[in-house]
Design a protein around this ligand. Structure first.
Ligand SMILES: NC(=O)c1ccc[n+]([C@@H]2O[C@H](COP(=O)([O-])OP(=O)(O)OC[C@H]3O[C@@H](n4cnc5c(N)ncnc54)[C@H](O)[C@@H]3O)[C@@H](O)[C@H]2O)c1
Length: 431
């Protein structure tokens, strides 16, 4: 069976290299020429743990090909659409790339081709694609499926090999389609959820909205902890002992969620609710709480420095929206840097993977090559991303190189008693 992947972002490339490794013939199309050139040379143009090694293996196997234009010479049996669906006007998902992909696919569809929507798309999109193909290629039978993706950046290959569920929404169930999908996902040991198009599309949005809700919930509890003098990390740890809540619950208080998915997916559900009249007040509160969390963090920094931060030097530790990626999409660090600079501070930053990429978004930042270099001479360190290497820093030694030993920890990474014992002013979230 041969597979065409449309879009070589974290999702598309993970599927491309994973399926190529499984021996499927994979053709990857992306309209970004630079990206395709880099991939042909075995270089992944963004950081995602394990992806570049997997790409090299697929290239050696000879089962993967890259196209920077829609000029493929063979027609795949299955197409997997993995293009971006960013937040558009009024919070709705912007389907520009998705619609572009559908149009480009038309000349490359064989009869009985399966077209899988892996991009996160609003309810009704699979139905719309089905109607589109019926008018554009009326002589061919095309099977559109909604098969949303649940992998997490930072561990996308891990999630690819060990998914927790595979959701497949069909319009018109067919045994041939079921068998093809079972072959494609041959390695997966998890439950397969077969459902209709709209339900599959909503499962994705509901899952992300629920995870985001847990984050805003615990941040709300963190605020209460601060007001009464309790420790949110202990509250969360004890909550997770309840099976109904679960030991993997998203209950880490901090800067809130970032990244390319949670925020836009919540916005998309809110706008859908407004269109349909469904109640979305809870989701609006989740979104509001998330915005507020960044403002509270900035107040903690300014408060720690006596209110006026004009001319102060602040070291930002971690820029990516989460560890093990260099993705800056909706990363809290960006809004934090913008605010600190607008209040007159000078910002130095270190992230193990982002490096100078931050300058495209925050040109005033001085990019440093280690946590220690960023902290040297700083009036305050603000931790934005919980990269493991920050936990190895010797705060005893660092105290000698900072201007003042102040650490504002946006991810509750450190032992507050230990830092206080070393003479640091340590401020975290909800503790
Ligand atoms: N990133 C994640 O962690 C994640 C997880 C689950 C689901 N998703 C969803 O999966 C989708 C893809 O996410 P991503 O982060 O990989 O996206 P991305 O924006 O990083 O990458 C998409 C790629 O598609 C390419 N593209 C756009 N239009 C094209 C076209 N017409 N033909 C060929 N290529 C085209 C772009 O050049 C880009 O390289 C989104 O809908 C997202 O919401 C993402």
């Amino acid at each position: 069976m041969t597979v065409g992947i449309v879009g070589a972002g974290p999702v598309g490339l993970t599927y491309a290299v994973g399926l190529a490794k499984k021996g499927f013939g994979v053709q990857v199309v992306d309209i970004d020429k630079n990206k395709i050139n880099s991939l042909r040379g075995g270089k992944v143009p963004f950081y995602e743990k394990g992806l570049e090694e997997a790409l090299s293996q697929a290239i050696i196997l000879g089962t993967i090909a890259f196209w920077d234009q829609w000029n493929l010479d063979t027609l795949p049996d299955i197409w997997i659409i993995c293009v971006g669906t960013p937040e558009g006007k009024d919070g709705r998902a912007d389907l520009r790339f998705y619609k572009g992909a559908l149009s480009s696919l038309v000349p490359f569809l064989k009869n009985q081709a399966i077209v899988i929507n892996k991009s996160t798309v609003p309810l009704g999109t699979a139905q719309m694609a089905d109607a589109f193909f019926k008018t554009q290629v009326p002589d061919k039978k095309i099977f559109v499926l909604s098969n949303p993706e649940f992998l997490a950046q930072g561990k996308s290959m891990e999630d690819f090999w060990d998914p927790q569920r595979i959701v497949i929404g069909q319009g018109h169930p067919e045994e041939f389609v079921r068998k093809s999908l079972e072959e494609i996902y041959g390695w997966a040991k998890c439950p397969f959820v077969w459902t209709d198009w709209n339900t599959a599309e909503l499962i994705k949005y509901a899952s992300n909205a629920y995870l985001a809700t847990q984050i805003s919930f615990i941040n709300s509890i963190a605020g209460i902890c601060e007001s009464i003098g309790a420790d949110v990390t202990e509250v969360a740890a004890a909550m997770k002992l309840d099976d109904r809540i679960g030991k993997k619950a998203f209950l880490g208080a901090g800067l809130g969620y970032g990244g390319s998915c949670f925020s836009k997916d919540i916005q998309s559900l809110i706008s859908l609710g407004k269109e349909t009249g469904a109640a979305v007040e809870l989701l609006e509160a989740v979104d509001h709480m998330n915005d507020k969390q960044i403002r509270r963090f900035i107040s903690k920094i300014t408060g720690a420095l006596g209110g006026d931060i004009t001319g102060k030097t602040i070291a930002i530790w971690g820029l990516a929206f989460k560890p093990h990626t260099d993705d800056l999409r909706s990363a809290p660090s960006i809004e934090i840097i913008d605010s600190l600079e607008s209040l007159g501070a000078k910002v130095r930053a270190y992230d193990p993977k982002v490096g100078e990429k931050i300058l495209a978004r925050c040109p005033g930042v001085r990019v440093c090559s280690s946590a220690g270099e960023a902290a040297s001479g700083a009036d305050c360190i603000a931790l934005c991303t919980q990269w493991e290497e920050f936990r190895d820093v010797s705060f005893e030694e660092l105290a000698a190189s900072v201007r003042s030993p102040i650490l504002v920890d946006g991810r509750n990474q450190f032992d507050k008693e230990l830092l206080a014992g070393l003479g640091w002013k340590y401020i975290s979230i909800g503790r």
